[in-house]
Design a protein around this ligand. Structure first.
Ligand SMILES: Nc1ncnc2c1ncn2[C@@H]1O[C@H](COP(=O)(O)OP(=O)(O)OP(=O)(O)O)[C@@H](O)[C@H]1O
Length: 291
């Protein structure tokens, strides 16, 4: 089986990446009702990166995310943390390395106040109440939500719940934070706040971020690496330029190219020129069409 796993996991660690933090090599994950969640899935998270999992509904993004912190386990396969294979005993503590922000943030908020909630993780890590309070206060401050500390989680707005949930995970100082659809249900201004926080977590806290998203424009703006998930597997990975200018790949994965890519193609078509650049951000696009 060892040989089979090595053969299947064909996307190799490349020198341009930082060191490897998590490696999921999942031959299969079958849900109790027999549904195949993921299969032949190879996925790595490297240090200091934002990686976006993009795929259609039911592609397997959430199932993969839940494998990252041991909420789900491969029926067949293995998980490695910093090159070390995770044993049954270690599975219980994967959450210390990988924090998970659920799609429905309320699913992880249960304490009487936001501060209590954010302190829960540090207390579980064995910190004293005083130190847990300091960590929680710093985490709330980092996501700009210190004013929510004494609020009752159930009464927060959707955007506030998302910030409180991110703070709760950040307070444990994990190496990786995985967020399942982090912008779902957020208005544009709250989405912009969360987008900024995601970039700050990488840049200021050196935390690697995994997001699952249907929003390819978001992925194009912030992700260092894009993984296309289809039918339970990562079928392609690369930079935004490599992935989002590959029309056959996107069509095969039932994805629609980001707006910047569509606009650039339309511009080139109208001008009768070959699309010889690969703008990904609005700034790149402006430069490409004005240069
Ligand atoms: N608890 C479950 N029990 C049975 N099947 C499940 C369960 N959760 C997910 N699945 C199935 O596993 C497959 C992958 O689902 P998953 O939720 O991982 O996809 P996804 O890419 O996150 O989808 P979406 O974008 O719609 O959230 C789907 O076929 C789904 O029906």
């Amino acid at each position: 089986m060892e040989k089979q796993q090595q053969q299947h996991c064909c996307i190799q660690n490349k020198s341009e990446h930082g060191s490897e933090l998590v490696h999921i090599d999942c031959v299969s994950h079958i849900y109790p009702d027999g549904s195949v969640g993921i299969h032949q899935m190879c996925f790595r998270v490297y240090q200091h990166e934002i990686v976006a999992l993009c795929g259609a509904n039911g592609a397997g993004k959430s199932t993969l995310i839940e494998h990252l912190n041991g909420l789900l386990e491969p029926a067949e396969g293995r998980v490695q943390i910093r090159g070390e294979e995770v044993t049954q005993e270690m599975k219980k503590s994967l959450w210390k390395t990988v924090g998970l922000v659920f799609q429905r943030a309320e699913d992880q908020l249960f304490a009487p106040t936001v501060l209590d909630d954010v302190m829960f993780g540090p207390l579980n890590l064995g910190l004293s109440p005083e130190d847990a309070r300091i960590e929680a206060t710093q985490a709330l401050s980092a996501v700009g939500a210190l004013d929510l500390a004494e609020k009752i989680p159930a009464y927060l707005s959707g955007g506030q719940k998302r910030l409180a949930a991110i703070a709760g995970v950040l307070a444990m100082k994990p190496a990786v934070i995985a967020m399942d659809e982090p912008m779902s249900d957020l208005d544009p201004s709250h989405a912009a706040i969360v987008e900024k926080i995601i970039c700050e977590l990488r840049d200021q806290f050196n935390i690697s971020i995994v997001i699952s998203t249907h929003d390819l424009d978001l992925a194009a703006r912030i992700a260092d690496r894009i993984c296309i998930v289809k039918a339970g597997s990562v079928v392609a990975e690369g930079s935004a330029e490599e992935i989002f200018y590959n029309q056959p790949l996107l069509a095969e994965a039932s994805l629609i190219e980001p707006q910047v890519v569509a606009l650039y193609r339309a511009y080139c078509q109208k001008k009768g020129v070959q699309p010889d650049q690969h703008p990904i951000t609005q700034k790149d696009l402006l430069e490409a069409i004005t240069s």
